[in-house]
Design a protein around this ligand. Structure first.
Ligand SMILES: [Zn+2]
Length: 111
């Protein structure tokens, strides 16, 4: 297992490398917590893990303060020179798009 510090996103585990935003080191407690979470992905746990973790207000506050982490919510991005994609983010973005188109459709239908 190796840990690589990156400038964007929050944290991702690819193969046996954990990529983690270097700015998380400013909050050692949060950094450790996220590192421990990513280590669970190393053990072959699926992404179900992400839904079972309790919602973390500390992480939310950190994300809001660090725009460099927002790329993590994109369905597709690049980590360590590799293109990665997130099924859950793809579903969320497609759902949001569907809602937007439904609203546009409704507005056109009313007017
Ligand atoms: Zn996770």
């Amino acid at each position: 297992m190796s840990v690589e510090l990156v400038d964007y996103g929050i944290a991702s585990t690819i193969g046996d490398t954990i990529y983690i935003n270097r700015k998380l080191q400013d909050c050692p407690e949060l950094y450790q917590k996220i590192l421990q979470h990513e280590q669970k992905h190393l053990d072959g746990h699926s992404h179900k893990l992400d839904f079972n973790e309790p919602f973390d207000l500390g992480l939310l506050a950190w994300v809001i303060k660090h725009p460099s982490s927002w790329i993590h919510f994109s369905p597709i991005w690049i980590v360590g020179g590799k293109i990665i994609w997130s099924r859950i983010m793809l579903i969320i973005h497609l759902t949001a798009l569907a809602v937007i188109f439904a609203c546009i459709g409704m507005v056109k239908w009313i007017s």
